[in-house]
Design a protein around this ligand. Structure first.
Ligand code: NAD
Ligand code: ZN
Ligand code: ZN
Length: 339
């Protein structure tokens, strides 16, 4: 099969002909139709984070495709693992189901997880192997092109807001209107909050306005003054991989404000003022993707017509140019590889 492979950390990806992987016990083989390009894939290929991915690596954790074969211990006909079923292959490739976090409904913080396209090969390929327990069925009403970005960008933004719970009467700010942010903005509206979109490119802010943002603010201007004039921020979801953007969002928070960090910069440290945090009761919350239920919620919202996914189709052969496009801020929201 054709696959895009990271041969070494920091090296460009190479398109290789590799053997179709065999599903092991508890796993399925999926013929991939689409896979979104998440900014995480760029961090993975560069080795940006303290914990490094497997190498060589096939990235990709927004894969959507059809189950083609079942691993040895699976029998056809179980609802989640029917051959021919279309499923999504999210970042959370596996969680044990038994540790205290899994049992409590926090499988994203499982003590023995596997991550698609990071600790196991992902969906930048014509086929991928996934754990049957952690693929998520895709409703017929959703195209694979739309389902791919919902599988990571959507669910991460949704879950980040869910933990901060913006309420009607509050103002929710989404910083970075890229893959995560363009969906985060729409979820913030579903939560009932007044919304503010922040980015450094005017085209992204135009998109935010089209998607229903109540206010847009360019981060290159006097962001603090503009946000203060809007009455401050109650919930800030920062998708930008930048400690400065996180500090700016923290500074804009009202009393009881919640800063949710989902962007993951290579610069792993964030300085925040303690006095302002304490005297205004601000919270700082990290959030990692979402559970299978959260992914299913995002699919359900979309099937009901409540969200719009902005995509452009690309060929996997152009993966390196696509990484450059994302880094240059030229992408409307999400690039999706079609196989
Ligand atoms: P993206 O490149 O699609 O979007 C980033 C957006 O931020 C772009 O619109 C860009 O123009 C904007 N931006 C850049 N610098 C800015 C600044 N200083 N101020 C305001 N806006 C700015 O990226 P993405 O795929 O949405 O991912 C964003 C980050 O989230 C990455 O670090 C990724 O690894 C991380 N991520 C985390 C999780 C998680 O579970 N926590 C899941 C997925 C992605
Ligand atoms: Zn992702
Ligand atoms: Zn677990």
């Amino acid at each position: 099969m054709k696959a895009a492979v990271v041969p070494a950390l920091g090296a460009p990806l190479v398109i290789r002909d590799v053997p179709i992987p065999e599903p092991g016990p508890g796993q399925v083989l999926v013929r991939i139709e689409t896979c979104g390009l998440c900014h995480t894939d760029i961090h993975a290929a560069r080795g940006d984070w303290p914990v490094k991915p497997k190498i060589p690596l096939i990235p990709g954790h927004e894969g959507v495709g059809v189950i083609e074969a079942l691993g040895p211990s699976l029998t056809a006909g179980r609802p989640l693992v029917a051959i021919g079923q279309r499923v999504a292959l999210p970042w959370l490739g596996y969680a044990c189901g038994h540790c205290r976090y899994c049992v409590a409904g926090w499988e994203t913080y499982c003590t023995t997880p596997a991550y698609m396209g990071y600790t196991m090969d992902g969906s930048y390929a014509e086929h991928a192997v996934a754990w049957a327990s952690h693929v998520v069925p895709v409703p017929d009403a959703i195209t694979s092109m739309d389902a791919s970005p919902l599988t990571c960008a959507g669910v991460t933004a949704y879950k980040g807001l869910k933990v901060a719970n913006p309420r009607p009467g509050e103002t929710a700010m989404v910083v970075g209107i890229g893959g995560l942010g363009h969906l985060g903005l729409q979820y913030a509206r579903l939560f009932g909050a007044r919304t503010v979109a922040v980015d450094m490119y005017d085209e992204k802010l135009e998109l935010a306005a089209e998607l229903g943002a109540d206010h847009v603010v360019n981060a290159r201007g006097d962001q603090q003054a503009e946000l203060a004039a809007l009455g401050g921020i109650d919930v800030a979801l920062v998708t930008v991989p930048s400690p400065q953007a996180m500090r700016a969002a923290h500074a804009a928070l009202n009393p009881n404000g919640r800063l949710v960090i989902v962007g993951l910069p290579s610069d792993n440290h964030l300085d925040l003022p303690i006095f302002e945090t304490v005297l205004s009761g601000k919270s700082v919350i990290g959030s990692l993707v979402g559970t299978r239920n959260d992914v299913a919620d995002c699919f359900e919202f979309h099937a009901r017509g409540l969200t719009k996914v902005i995509t452009e189709s690309r060929r996997i052969e152009d993966v390196n140019e696509c990484f450059d496009e994302v880094l240059a801020g030229k992408v409307p929201a999400r690039l999706v590889f079609e196989f």
